[in-house]
Design a protein around this ligand. Structure first.
Ligand code: SF4
Length: 427
């Protein structure tokens, strides 16, 4: 037993969980392989936020059956949000899967590997990854208390539970000593961080504590909720120079009646006023959002209001999805999923086309400008990084210069597109 293969789908929380599991397996002497046929341990980290994600996991698990048949010693584990109430169904459907592990709860796999290798796994399980990248995800609050009617996360990830400021700071301090330059603080609802700790702790105080760690050059946070984004948080983004000017603030739908059925807890006007407040306080901010099209009962006119909101706010990035029913959610129990699949696809395509035009226009304004990037590595055969506004920037004339990784550089933009920018190093 010496090689493992991991396959992750879904949010950054899952990416962070997989990184920690990989780290534990590395400490136990296993190496990563990109070829699933080569692996002694195969881990699938699953997501249930959309039915398409669940379908992909199901398809991948099915493809593993012959691998287990060829080598019964191979360990196959399913982790993440698919493991929960329906585990018995999954055990029946995939009898060749050895372990089913809830989010973050991968200890059983580590102990099983320890048994097989005849070693003690104590000490291998922890928050820190062995070989962190330049940029690291750090979960700071788990779960969600919001119960939006379409969302399965509160049922699968549980209620909100914040880590102590000192735990988070210690982890980031150690990450910084291992070369990490940028951290993204993660939470399903990051803006409610600290409400379960004490009155004086919130996301703004956590940002201040992380800001004091001198070798961390950039701090980001994900994902915000309009109802919990306080003035203090917005002011912290403005005041703390290592906190990047980028906020992901999902609005989900542009119509008040749809928002109400989604149980989002705000109106379109309240959302727009919040955006105005953010832009007043952080003038150079970039904004991302999440949108669902084709929610139960959404009329064509109501969908038009979503497009209208995109036009008026002009987001830098939009994560869009067609609604799909998640079993057991409030929407599943109360509403009919009555928008046809083809209608949902048409709405998604109209939204994506509009957003592509908006992003093209926004990014074109950066042509000829100089932007500061943290160089992260190689992507599509080119050295790349992200600027403070979370835009991907390629450095065209430094294809092989890996020594740039981890440094902060100025790049003069000479090419723009909807998804990325590129240019040359500049002083
Ligand atoms: S805020 Fe709503 S959409 Fe976001 S994780 Fe919580 S329940 Fe889901």
């Amino acid at each position: 037993m010496n090689k493992y293969f991991t396959w992750t789908i879904g949010c950054q929380m899952n990416v962070a969980d997989t990184e920690k599991l990989e780290s534990a397996m590395n400490l136990m002497g296993l190496d990563n392989t990109d070829d699933v046929h080569d692996a002694d341990v195969v881990v699938v980290n699953s997501c249930v936020v959309r039915s398409s994600a669940e379908d992909k996991v199901t398809g991948f698990l099915t493809s593993l059956k012959p691998l287990k048949k060829n080598n019964s010693d191979r360990v196959i584990a399913l982790m993440g949000c698919m493991v929960g109430d329906r585990t018995h169904y999954l055990e029946d459907k995939f009898p060749y899967v050895d372990l089913f592990m809830k989010p973050q709860q991968f200890d059983p796999l580590i102990y099983l590997i320890g048994d097989k290798l005849g070693i003690d796994p104590e000490g291998c399980i922890g928050n820190l990854t062995v070989k962190p990248n330049i940029s690291a995800y750090v979960p700071v609050i788990h779960g969600c208390d919001k119960f939006c009617s379409f969302c399965i996360i509160p049922y699968r990830r549980g209620r909100e539970l914040s880590r102590k400021v000192s735990d988070v700071s210690n982890e980031i301090e150690l990450l910084s000593r291992r070369g990490v330059k940028e951290v993204t603080l993660l939470g399903q609802n990051i803006d409610s961080y600290g409400h379960d700790l004490s009155d004086s702790v919130d996301l703004s105080s956590l940002l201040e504590a992380v800001h004091d760690i001198s070798d961390i050059k950039r701090i980001r946070f994900l994902t915000s909720h309009p109802n919990d984004m306080s003035n203090k948080i917005i002011e912290a983004v403005s005041a703390l120079d290592r906190v990047c000017e980028h906020i992901n603030l999902p609005f989900q739908a542009g119509d008040d009646e749809v928002l109400s059925r989604m149980r989002r807890g705000y109106t379109r006007d309240q959302y727009i006023r919040l955006i105005d407040k953010i832009r007043e306080t952080v003038p150079n901010v970039s904004l991302a959002t999440d949108v669902i099209v084709g929610f139960c009962g959404e009329t064509e006119q109501q969908f038009e209001k979503t497009l209208d909101l995109l036009k008026s706010v002009e987001f830098d990035k939009v994560h869009s999805a067609a609604y799909s029913t998640r079993k057991g959610t409030i929407a599943d129990r109360k509403f009919e999923d009555n928008i046809s699949l083809s209608e949902k696809k048409d709405r998604l395509s109209a939204l994506d086309t509009l957003q592509k035009e908006i992003q093209t226009k926004i990014n074109l304004k950066l042509h000829g400008e100089t932007t500061e990037i943290l160089v992260e590595g190689v992507k599509n055969g080119k050295i790349f990084g992200r600027n403070r506004n979370d835009k991907i920037v390629y450095i065209e004339d430094e294809v092989d210069n890996k020594s740039l990784v981890g440094t902060v550089k100025n790049v003069k933009i000479n090419k723009t597109g909807p998804w990325s920018l590129s240019g040359s190093l500049s002083n």
